[in-house]
Design a protein around this ligand. Sequence first.
Ligand code: F0G
Length: 459
Amino acid sequence: MLFPAEPFKIKVVEAIQKTSFEERDRLIRQAGYNVFMLPAEKIYIDLLTDSGTSAMSDNQWAGMMIGDESYAGSRNYFRLEETVRDIFGYQYIIPTHQGRMAENLLFNAMLKPGDIVPNNIHFDTTRANIEYNKGIALDLVIDEGFDPDTELPFKGNMDLRKLVRVIDQHGPQKIPLVMITITNNSGGGQPVSMENIRQTRVLLQKYNIPLIFDACRFAENCYFIKEGEHGYHNKSLKEIARELFSHGDGCTMSAKKDGLANIGGFLALNDPQIAEKATNLLIIVEGFPTYGGLAGRDLEAISRGLQEVLNEDYLHYRISQVRYLGQLLLEGQVPILRPIGGHAVYLNAKAFLPHIPKSQFPGQALAAELYRSAGIRSVEIGSLMFGHKDRETGEDVFPELELVRLAIPRRVYTTMHINYVAESLIEIYKKRYQIKGLKLVYEAPFLRHFTARLEEVDS
Ligand code: F0G
């Protein structure tokens, strides 16, 4: 059997709208062929992101009702602290309104101008927060991590040879921390093996460099370890998580992913001095240390979400559902990044639309067509998101990968929804040569993909 049935039943439903082709055609033109500019109510299946889009459980909603909204010392904070210590094992828990604020506090507390922060691949907010704090972000994933067709079980692994080279070249005093992102979102949601984490730790200990995890999708990573790494099959997911985090000194976390919550995050650390610096800034930018920009009820939802996310039946269903979509697409010959990641299926837009050059945004053209044809929202991760003009030559520079991500919200869509997505894509693939490229008519100076406006190219 490809796909285990959902390990939950549905207590509350939210209606979603079907729209006509004509209406969607009008809406996508009005939105400048940019799916970020569409009204969400006009979307049938929304696969823009798995962040903050999870369905909370009855247990989490019940927890919301016992939110203690005291300004200081809320009981829900202490429960969150206890849960994070139990799973992650770190001493100091600093709540934040979402993951990127945890990043900001961490780099503010640890970076000096010109410092280097390696990662397997930095997520864009992580890179932006490092650069904002005048550091340099390096992506040191294994080479296969950049190749959409190599099948490897742990394609998010850090390349230790590259890491040694960077340490030798710049000296350990220039590297205040190393990060590992689990799972590696920017490289296709690929997991990192325990062996790779252990070896990274051993290397960094020689130089006294701390290791900090970007733990957004830690539970999904632990599931891959249990399933695919020798020696972990009979361990519980919590045991695996505890072992994994024991190799690091802290983590940043967006609870909008594997916290199964709609908002929230935290920074967890063992070093009291760094924790103190981060807490002092927290008070200025987020709030008192026991709420950090969240309501007491949010803290409770996160605490309960973190306990639920390590449930084996849940994770088995979760990873299998994403895989099921990927497998349907592969059977329909639709080109996707392999192996199928933990939270999303990534379409290879370069192979899907070989007639559209990168300068005409094939990924964005595919995302726009997926909405127009089927009411499905995805997100381009390619030339529109990362393309830019070279500062010296003024020439266009395009990224290697041209992807469209179909991120699956947790516990939200049923098997029939997934079938609908796959069938729609297989239909679009059959008439792919009718899809036209796009040209930019407006772009902002930074992060242009959010607000860009485009038009279809005629020829
Ligand atoms: N790190 C990773 C690996 C992420 O995927 C994200 C967010 C963040 C950090 C930042 O967390 O949004 O709570 O501030 N990823 C979302 C996505 C936005 O769609 O992949 P945040």
